[in-house]
Write a protein that binds this ligand. Sequence first.
Ligand code: ATP
Length: 324
Amino acid sequence: MIELENVCKTFKVHKRNAGLGKAVKSLFKREYDMVKALDNISFKIADGEMVGYIGPNGAGKSTTIKIMSGILYPDKGKCLINDKVPWQDRVSHVKDIGVVFGQRSQLWWDVAVGDSYELLKEIYKIPDKKYKDNLMMLTDLLDIEELIKMPTRQLSLGQRMRCEIAAALLHSPKILFLDEPTIGLDAVSKIAVREFIKTINKENKTTVILTTHDTQDIEALTKRIVLIGKGKVLLDGNLEDLKQNFSKERTMSLEYSGELKDLPQGLRILSKQSGRAALSIDTEIISTSKAISNIADMVDLRDFSLDSVSTEDVVVGLYKEYKI
Ligand SMILES: Nc1ncnc2c1ncn2[C@@H]1O[C@H](COP(=O)(O)OP(=O)(O)OP(=O)(O)O)[C@@H](O)[C@H]1O
């Protein structure tokens, strides 16, 4: 179980003034700005859940992941991961978690990936059998058998990312923090990484917290999303419910013969041209199924299609709604 309650984190950053004179002056008299990265963040994540932690650049996602991993500690608030305080119970906490930062590597650059894994085995004190079984499972699922013989520096980004994910899971952590795991990957590698994340969540019941700007990652992987903006949790909910909310106004395209007239309340013609029309349905006034049956009674309906609300529409809509 992951529990965050009113977690706050402020960074003190050196103020840099423009202009040579001011820059020299600031060498003698240092001035600081306070950046409030997290402002009373609270949420709970149950064992085995997979949650998308989303928000625009600078929202505070990585800072939260760093606090939950024990890399940073908050100024105030409570953070318990499996009843442990990450930055206080570091040794036992790191055994419970795996972390992948898409933009950073935990593999040694010049040695073969497999040798990095051996080092991790020693660091985490993974028993021989468990290590062998996990390595076999991970090399198979992530298709990295050939890659782990190569030094990290010779791997492409997508190849390295698969090796990084395996590295984070060698010690069978109960929780996996993924900070933009598909950043910069090609379409095929993205799908491979997503499939793998789905599998370990489903089969091993690994809890997954995923930060991403990729709406297809969110769509493919998460039911629940926590939206953060300017250091605050703005929304915590189910993606499908959000899609429902965002689909209050839907568009229907029709091919028909006959005459569209006396439309019921909630239906509006957007465009009409020789047997084709686009209508808007206000689903707060009339349900989509009722709108279709009404039109089918009115005209000879040859074909129709309904727009669907994409995850991208929802995310863009949320960013607009919350002005972040
Ligand atoms: N070590 C640091 N020192 C000073 N400020 C920092 C530090 N780390 C983060 N910040 C600031 O804290 C805020 C939140 O940053 P954070 O990296 O958590 O955002 P993010 O949501 O992960 O963004 P992105 O999507 O761009 O990765 C930003 O304003 C950032 O500049």
